[in-house]
Design a protein around this ligand. Structure first.
Ligand code: AMP
Ligand code: MG
Length: 341
């Protein structure tokens, strides 16, 4: 068994500049954080009730974790996974997130697939007991995967007898959306929440300028660029986030559902920018698996997200809608993806 690693966040809030006075410049600052969903969650909030808002976010995220966690035997997901093919009724909220993830499976051509969980577990990515599975056990496990085998009728779910699901690829983004709602309801007009690889913002900085979010360079401990963002979710999926090394080869945690091996379609980091954390989370995982060409097609067919992809050839692909907001601080070449080729 080689090294086991789980690295620091993929996205980082950086440098509060002092800009010209904006309308929220006199708001009270609260910074804090807590651990939930297996990650450190930090908040930077401007408003009178930052501390109360943060405490409410913690409670909400813990509630969601208790429902969605695949390793918690009492979660609704475990209830489904232990049902051995029987129909299981879950809460409307869990059913809705599953429905959303299944639709993301559809739009990504099956590259996002919540039923890939038994394979992820076999690699040890959810247990910490990392190993390269033998090909026979992988093909055996792949017989029970396939998001299209999930039957969802209202709040009742049926899986194949050995089928299991995991919302790990979308849950943090969804939790971020719920947290943003709570923050807004508490009067936060300028704020940022960071959930590991996910950053979600309310407005810009109090001086009216955008938040500066650094995106981690997959080839070093450094960043490769800075995104200037207001009112957006930014989610990165990277091969460096969770991986292990065996016999000199690196195996990372995002699995290609078509063969059960870590996705190897040329992308080493995928950042998706949009209005909603859940969509960005689903799509960052999906485009990581899809590769650049299919991701470009998906981006052209929709109007609700932008993306920055880094390839194993050390190239950056960036969609035109976010190009002006991104400063490339690396020496990697940057190619712009346009709507019309
Ligand atoms: P993310 O960090 O959002 O990219 O999600 C990655 C996590 O989702 C992994 O740690 C697995 O638990 C799970 N996962 C891995 N590959 C896939 C996939 N192709 N579709 C859905 N979930 C996946
Ligand atoms: Mg994701």
């Amino acid at each position: 068994m080689g090294r086991i690693m789980k690295s620091a966040a993929a996205l980082l809030l950086i440098a509060f500049g002092t800009g010209c006075a904006g309308e929220n410049i006199n708001q009270k600052l609260y910074t804090g954080g807590f651990i939930a969903m297996d990650t450190y969650i930090s908040l930077t909030l401007y408003g009178e009730s930052g501390e109360k808002a943060s405490a409410e976010c913690k409670k909400e995220i813990e509630r969601l974790e208790a429902m969605f966690s695949v390793t918690d035997e009492n979660s609704e997901i475990s209830l489904i996974n232990n049902a051995q093919g029987a129909k299981t009724t879950v809460s409307a909220e869990t059913a809705e997130l599953i429905d959303f993830a299944l639709k993301a499976g559809d739009i990504s051509g099956g590259c996002l697939d919540i039923t890939v969980y038994p394979v992820v577990r076999e690699w040890g990515f959810t247990t910490g007991e990392y190993k390269v599975p033998d090909p026979d056990s992988l093909s055996e496990l792949l017989k029970n995967t396939g998001y299209e085998k999930v039957i969802l009728e209202n709040n009742a779910l049926t899986l194949p007898p050995d089928g299991k699901i995991d919302l790990g690829a979308v849950a943090k983004g969804y939790a971020g959306d719920k947290a943003i709602e709570i923050l807004k309801n508490n009067g936060i007009v300028s704020g940022l929440i960071s959930l590991g690889g996910n950053i979600q913002t309310i407005g810009g900085k109090p001086d009216g300028t955008p938040w500066n979010v650094a995106v981690r360079d997959p080839f070093s401990e450094d960043n490769f660029g800075i995104l200037k963002i207001k009112d957006r979710a930014i989610v990165t999926s990277g091969n460096y986030e969770r991986f292990f090394e065996e016999n000199g080869k690196i195996y990372h945690h995002i699995i290609d559902p078509s063969d059960g091996y870590p996705a190897d379609n040329g992308i080493v980091s995928a950042t998706v920018i949009g209005d909603k954390g859940a969509l960005c989370d689903a799509l960052s995982t999906a485009v990581f698996v899809m590769g650049t060409e299919k991701s470009e097609e998906l981006w052209r067919s929709r109007g609700d997200f932008e993306m920055i992809l880094v390839t194993d050839e050390k190239e950056i692909f960036i969609t035109e809608g976010i190009y002006d907001s991104f400063e490339n601080t690396s020496d990697m070449e940057m190619k712009v993806i346009y709507k019309k080729q």
